[in-house]
Design a protein around this ligand. Structure first.
Ligand SMILES: Cc1ncc(COP(=O)(O)O)c(C=O)c1O
Length: 415
C-alpha cells in the first residue's frame, strides 16, 4: 500500500501576540538589551515608512555606496564560483592582504596565523569576549562607550567596569582613568579609538602606558580601531598594533571594512592577535558562523588593493560636514559640543535643556526631537552618558543643515 504524507495542517494563530505559556529564557539573555542605537533607528524608520520626512542622525554607517570596483570584485567572486565555505579563519588571500597592510604601516611581522576574518568586527569582539572572559572577571571599558562592549562582556559572564573619561581632556582615555577602577579581578581593558560616540582619539603615550600596565598584570588589551581613517585637524591615529611585536600576548586589534570602505552590509571585520588566541577564535567561529561570507572576503581583498582615493573622498566629505556642524550646533541654545577628534559623530552635552516640559533626560530629549522636529538622534544614555546625545553626520550636507535648523526651531519652543 502506498503511503501518502499528509501536508501539515496550518492553523491560523497570531504568532506575534503574547504567548499563552510563559517562554523560559536562559539567564544570560536577561541582562542584555537590544542595541538602543537600533531602537532609535527603528522608530525613525517606522515614521519614514509612513511617509514622514525624518532627518536621521541615528545611523552609525557611512552614507556612501561601496566603491564600485570593490562591489565588482564581489560580483566577480559569485561569477567565478567563489561561493563555498572558506577556512573559518578566512581565505589566505584576505589574511595575507591584512597582514601586509599592517606590516607596512607598523613595521611588524604579522602572518596569516595572526589574523581571523569574521562576520563584522562585532563578531570578532563577541568571540574575543567568549574566548577570554570567565564568570566574575572584570573588564574595564572607558565611558562613554560603544553600546555593544558592556553587553558582550556580560554575555560572556564577565562584569563591565566603567572608567569615566574626562570631558576636560576631550574624552581621551588616560591610564589614571583605568587604574582608578581596577581591582584584582581585572581581566582586561577594551579601548576604542577613534571612539564611538565621542570621537576621542587616544594619545600615543597614554596608549603605550595602558598596554604596559595590562602586560604587567597579565591582562588583555582589546583595541578597536574601526574608525582609524577618520581622524581630523592633523591629529594622528595612535594604534596599539604599533606595539604588537613587543606585547603579542597582550595586544589584540579589531578592525572592520564597514566604516573605512562603506561596506556595512557586507559584514566583514577581523581580529589580529597572537596565533594562539586566533586559533581559539577560529574554534569558536567554526561552531557559529563557520566563516565570513566568501563573497565579502573577495571584495575585501580588492578593497585592500588601491582604494585609498575612495577612502580619502569620504574622509574629505566628513571633514567638510564636521567643520560646518560643530560650530552650528554650538549656536543652538542649550547645546555644548566639543570638537571631536575623529569618527563621524558629534556628542553634544544637552543637560542645560533638561527640566523643560517633558524633557528630563537624553531619552526624553531624543523623543522630543523626533516628535517635534522629526529629527532622530541617539540618546547618550545608550553610551553611558545621559547628559549627551549622539548625532551622526554620515548624511548629506543638505540634510545636516536642514536637521540643525529643525533642532533649533524645536529647542526654541522648549525654552
Ligand atoms: C566602535 C565600533 N566597533 C565595532 C563596530 C562593528 O562594526 P562591524 O560589525 O560592522 O564591523 C562598530 C559599528 O558600529 C563600532 O562603532
Amino acid at each position: 500500500m502506498t503511503r501518502v504524507c499528509a501536508p501539515p495542517v496550518l492553523r491560523s494563530r497570531d504568532l506575534t501576540s503574547t504567548s499563552r505559556h510563559a517562554i523560559r529564557y536562559a539567564r544570560r539573555v536577561s541582562d542584555i538589551q537590544v542595541s538602543p542605537t537600533l531602537a532609535v533607528l527603528n522608530r525613525a524608520q517606522d515614521l519614514t515608512a509612513k511617509g514622514i520626512d525624518v532627518i536621521d542622525f541615528g545611523p552609525g554607517e557611512p552614507d556612501f555606496r561601496t566603491p564600485k570596483s570593490i562591489a565588482e570584485a564581489g560580483k566577480r567572486a559569485i561569477d567565478e564560483g567563489q561561493t563555498r565555505y572558506t577556512s573559518a579563519f578566512g581565505t589566505l588571500a584576505l589574511r595575507e592582504a591584512i597582514a601586509e597592510r599592517y606590516n607596512r604601516r607598523y613595521g611588524i611581522h604579522l602572518g596569516p596565523k595572526n589574523i581571523i576574518a569574521g562576520t563584522g568586527g562585532k563578531q570578532e569582539l563577541f568571540n574575543l569576549a567568549l574566548a577570554l572572559i570567565d564568570a566574575g572577571d572584570e573588564v574595564i571599558i572607558p565611558a562613554p562607550y560603544w553600546v555593544s562592549f558592556p553587553d558582550q562582556v556580560s554575555f560572556a559572564g564577565g562584569k563591565p567596569v566603567f572608567a569615566r573619561v574626562d570631558r576636560a581632556n576631550e574624552f581621551r582615555p588616560k591610564l589614571t582613568d583605568i587604574v582608578a577602577v581596577a581591582s584584582e579581578r581585572t581581566r582586561g581593558v577594551i579601548l576604542n579609538s577613534p571612539c564611538n560616540p565621542t570621537g576621542a582619539v587616544i594619545e600615543d603615550g597614554e596608549l603605550r602606558r595602558i598596554i604596559e600596565w595590562c602586560a604587567a598584570r597579565g591582562a588583555f588589551l582589546i583595541f578597536d580601531e574601526t574608525y582609524e581613517f577618520f581622524v581630523y585637524d592633523g591629529r594622528h591615529h595612535a594604534s596599539a598594533m604599533r606595539w604588537f611585536a613587543e606585547f603579542p600576548e597582550t595586544v589584540i586589534g579589531v578592525n572592520s571594512m564597514s566604516k573605512t570602505f562603506a561596506m556595512t552590509g557586507w559584514r566583514l571585520g577581523y581580529a589580529i592577535a597572537h596565533a594562539e588566541i586566533v586559533a581559539v577564535l577560529g574554534k569558536i567561529q567554526s561552531h557559529s558562523t563557520t566563516n565570513a561570507s566568501s563573497i565579502s572576503q573577495a571584495a575585501a581583498v580588492e578593497a585592500f588593493h588601491g582604494h585609498d582615493d575612495d577612502v580619502q573622498r569620504m574622509y574629505e566629505a566628513y571633514c567638510e560636514r564636521r567643520a560646518w556642524l560643530v560650530p552650528a550646533i554650538n549656536e543652538v541654545d542649550g547645546f555644548d559640543c566639543p570638537n571631536p577628534d575623529g569618527a563621524f559623530y558629534i556628542f553634544p552635552n544637552v543637560r542645560a535643556l533638561y527640566g523643560n516640559g517633558a524633557v528630563h533626560d537624553s531619552q526624553s530629549f531624543a523623543n522630543f526631537l523626533l516628535d517635534e522636529a522629526r529629527v532622530a538622534v541617539v540618546p547618550g544614555a545608550a553610551f553611558g552618558a545621559d547628559d549627551y546625545v549622539r548625532i551622526s553626520y554620515a548624511t548629506s550636507m543638505e540634510r545636516i543643515r536642514e536637521g540643525v535648523a529643525r533642532i533649533e526651531a524645536a529647542v526654541r519652543k522648549l525654552r
